[in-house]
Design a protein around this ligand. Structure first.
Ligand code: NI
Length: 187
């Protein structure tokens, strides 16, 4: 099932998400639906708040990046925590399925160490760098109630104000299903 992706301005994107409990109903179905929704929108990551669920769950698949080490970077992160971040940072041009048509350079730690549960609820721990670290940190922000635009300098955000406002009102063209928090009602 393909979900509508929640657009910029929806309060669910600003909320710190809750841990998933082991007895969460139909978790495998939800995970499969999130992958389907992500692929349908040509994304490389999707977090549960982006389909309106304030849960600590995100999925990633880096294979669209033409890099050998990303070929099998397809993962499910449940109740993830970043336990270490490197002092070294890197800059990468990011986009977000909830913020179509906006891409900006974002500075983030180059390496992170993560603890999480995989799709079988087995505990995992690993270090990531490069594009995987980038994708994970972007999605991790979503479950912390943060968007990449929150990481931009204030003057940049000011420049984007009208575009962001238009997105929240649905005044954009986008080729996947979205839910706009301030869509103007037709009379
Ligand atoms: Ni995003």
């Amino acid at each position: 099932m393909i979900y509508s992706i929640v657009a910029y301005g929806d309060p669910v994107l600003k909320k710190k998400a809750q841990d998933i409990q082991p007895d969460y109903p139909e978790l495998q179905k939800l995970i499969a639906d999130m992958f389907e929704t992500m692929y349908n929108a040509n994304g490389v990551g999707l977090a549960a708040p982006q389909i309106g669920l304030s849960l600590r769950l995100f999925v990633v698949d880096g294979s669209p990046f033409d890099e050998e080490k990303l070929a099998d970077f397809k993962k499910v992160f449940i109740n993830a925590r970043i336990v270490e971040s490197s002092k070294e940072t890197s800059t990468f041009n990011e986009g977000c399925l909830s913020i179509p048509d906006i891409r900006e350079d974002v500075v983030r730690p180059e390496r992170i160490r993560m603890q999480w549960l995989d799709e079988h609820l087995q505990p995992q721990e690993a270090e990531f760098d490069g594009i995987p670290a980038r994708i994970i940190q972007h999605e991790y922000d979503h479950i912390e109630g943060m968007l990449f635009t929150d990481r931009l300098a204030a003057f940049k955000r000011t420049l984007l104000f009208r575009k962001l406002d238009n997105i929240s009102k649905g005044l954009i063209k986008v080729d996947y299903k979205m839910k706009f928090p301030f869509r103007l009602k037709r009379r």
